[in-house]
Design a protein around this ligand. Structure first.
Ligand SMILES: Cc1ncc(C[n+]2csc(CCOP(=O)(O)OP(=O)(O)O)c2C)c(N)n1
Ligand SMILES: [Mg+2]
Length: 642
């Protein structure tokens, strides 16, 4: 029914018998009580019906409130702002309740063109907002599409609430489609990479499990959770005698490191000659970032940032990330805060051909690990990385443990030690300055090249955004990390890390989800978007246009799956067969994709392709003007490989 028809669907259901009869007969009296099932069941939806055989008389389906209305009450009680979803009949009850009963606000239903994009959006949103949004996924097939993105969020320790549809009672499934989309155990396919799931069989059970799921998702280590909303439970009327209430939700205080172990960690750090703090998926708020700065400054310790989150200001004099190898090799005490791949931090694994490695730190180095991220692993998926020996292992969320660690460190520093620490800090600042200068010089190589160098691209974007309250929502790894070398990152919302599971296709939807979260704060969201990643789900551009998500997408269009070009080159080199055919199967060219036209077809303002660096600044300015008006914009830039 068109929204101009003057009557909404709920009113219609309350007052109409059904279907065509409404057009010729006056509306029947509204049903007061939940309708009983018709004695004559409707004919199952068969291919014949679809092909135009006469439809059986429709049932009166009118009811006041269905189970899904109550489910919406529960979802609202959790403060969930959005539901990202590709529609599917297995959750049609919930969808209708969200948009009508719930007023399509908190949560608002956002249309996604693929379930992987729904979860990718949830992933990016949570990294900015610090809380989950919900994803509705169709029974079986929608959950299958969602799976890889759920895996990324699991590896990245990010909370996502996935609500899947299903019809458990086999006698209620309409043939043939509902059978194909129903399962005995709908969450099974995601169980290996989610924290918890449940398949509630009553509304009270749904309410309790939804609250439990939210708490589990949000308690470090944060992870996705899955709730299956049975179709019958959604659609059946709420029994008149049902005593339903929404359980209250209080988030648990995060697990913190043991106080005795924290004091011992402080003792080792204060006594160290060259302590190194390594961070990865460590910081989850602006407050935590300030605490990490305080710890580093109190110790005058080097900080190496693996970039899983916005952990530490990149321009801080103690930030020694660009001197990573030297920092690890000089350290006598290493403090790893939520570092999942400690083995990879302590070893160089450069020789990809023979897969050999070498331990970097000097003998006798002491390693301290603080983290909650490693407290839950599943057996099958191997994202836990190689086992690494440590001297002191403290289970607890690193950020939540920082205040007690800072306090313990301060207690142990006397005046004499303080001046030694200051001298160390000055040496680190000097070394840092040299690394910065080297980066600036490296950026000038191929400055005027066409296709455009990634350094030039990032420098041009920086010139346009540095006066704004900006937020970079893409993985600099794909463009040689230039923003971290050339820009100034000093606010928590300026960076969101990477995918976690290295599943490509994360970048574009995560940027859209993070931009959605940034929207209410008026931030300028920017994504430097690799071409291969976007092509997993270009429909995300349509979602941005449809829901007015302001995001500047600057294409890093190297017309290739360039990481894979390099992998094939390594193999070809190994056999001395020359690297000139490594492009076969690894390029996205011939024909080159016109991303500006693609974006325009989805209703997104777009320019390009741009190959001359001189054309970049004006195009970026025009696109930013569009984004500042609240809409997405894309600039397609033909770039050098990396
Ligand atoms: C789902 C998935 N499929 C394949 C890969 C292998 N892979 C890793 S990087 C990459 C290339 C990505 O291309 P693009 O996004 O254009 O970045 P570029 O390498 O060109 O910088 C691919 C295909 C992956 N990591 N994830
Ligand atoms: Mg590419």
């Amino acid at each position: 029914m068109s929204k101009n028809a003057g009557i909404n669907r709920r009113d219609f259901l309350k007052t109409a018998a059904a279907g065509a009869a409404v057009a010729v007969t006056p509306a029947v009296a509204p049903a007061k009580a939940p309708a009983k099932a018709s004695k004559t069941p409707p004919a199952p939806m068969s291919r014949e019906v679809e092909l135009g055989a006469p439809r059986p008389a429709a049932e009166i389906l009118t009811e006041e409130r269905s189970g899904s209305d109550f489910m919406v009450d529960v979802i609202k009680s959790l403060g969930i702002e959005y539901v990202c979803s590709n529609p599917g009949s297995s959750f049609r009850g919930l969808q209708e309740s969200i948009i009508n009963y719930g007023g399509n606000k908190n949560p608002e239903f956002l249309t996604c063109t693929h379930e992987e994009l729904s979860v990718g959006m949830a992933h990016g949103y949570a990294k900015i907002e610090g809380k989950p949004l919900a994803v509705f996924a169709h029974g079986t097939v929608g959950l299958q599409h969602a799976a890889m993105a759920v895996y990324n969020a699991y590896c990245d320790r990010v909370p996502v609430i996935v609500i899947g549809g299903n019809i458990l009672d086999a006698t209620k499934r309409m043939p043939p489609v509902e059978w194909a989309h129903s399962v005995q155990d709908a969450a099974a396919m995601l169980r290996d990479y989610t924290k918890w799931d449940d398949c509630p069989v009553s509304l009270t059970h749904f309410a309790e499990s939804a609250v439990r799921a939210y708490k589990l998702a949000m308690t470090p280590p944060c992870m996705p959770v899955v709730l299956i909303a049975d179709g019958e439970l959604q659609e059946n009327p709420i029994p008149a005698d049902a005593k339903l209430s929404v359980p209250s939700m209080v988030l648990p205080a995060p697990p913190r490191g043991d106080s005795g172990a924290v004091v011992e960690a402080a003792r080792l750090l204060v006594a160290a000659e060259n302590p190194l703090i390594v961070v990865d998926r460590t910081i989850h708020s602006a407050e935590g970032m300030a605490q990490l700065v305080e710890l580093a400054e109190t110790l005058q310790a080097a900080v190496g940032d693996r970039g899983g989150r916005m952990n530490f200001p990149n321009r801080h004099v103690l930030n020694q990330t660009r001197r990573g190898y030297e920092a690890v090799s000089h350290a006598d005490v290493i403090l790893a805060l939520e570092v999942n791949d400690l083995w990879g931090t302590l070893h160089s694994f450069r020789d990809q051909m023979h897969r050999t490695s070498e331990l970097i730190p000097k003998p006798g180095v002491k390693c301290i690990s603080i983290g909650a991220g490693g407290q839950i692993y599943k057996s099958n998926y191997q994202d836990f990385q190689r086992y690494s020996e440590v001297d002191l292992d403290i289970a607890g969320d690193a950020q939540a443990t920082l205040p007690s660690l800072i306090e313990a460190v301060k207690k142990q520093i006397d005046a004499g030690r303080k001046s030694a620490l200051q001298a160390r800090g000055a040496r680190l600042a000097e070394a840092r300055q040299q690394a910065l200068q080297a980066d600036r010089e490296a950026a000038t190589y191929a400055w005027d090249a066409s296709p455009i160098s990634t350094a030039r691209l990032c420098a041009e974007v920086w010139t346009q955004i540095k006066g704004e309250d900006w937020s970079l929502l893409s993985e600099p790894f794909f463009y040689s990390g230039w923003p971290k070398k050339l820009w100034t990152f000093d606010k928590y919302h300026q960076f969101i890390g990477d995918s976690g599971g290295y599943g490509v296709g994360y970048g574009a939807p995560a940027a859209a989800g993070a931009a959605l979260a940034n929207r209410k704060y008026g931030r300028l969201s920017v994504c430097i978007q690799p071409d291969g990643d976007l092509m997993y789900g270009p429909g995300i551009l349509w979602t941005e246009a449809h829901h007015h998500i302001p995001l500047l997408t600057v294409m890093h269009n190297n017309r290739a799956y360039h990481q894979e070009v390099m992998q094939v080159q390594i193999m070809a080199d190994r056999h001395s067969r020359g690297v000139d055919r490594a492009w076969i199967g690894t390029t996205i060219d011939d024909p080159a994709i016109n991303y500006a036209k693609l974006a325009q077809s989805f209703g997104v303002y777009a320019e390009g392709p741009i190959s001359d660096p001189k054309d970049l600044a004006p195009a970026l300015r025009r696109a930013i003007a569009v984004v500042k008006k609240g809409e997405p914009a894309l600039v397609d830039v033909h770039t050098q490989p990396r």
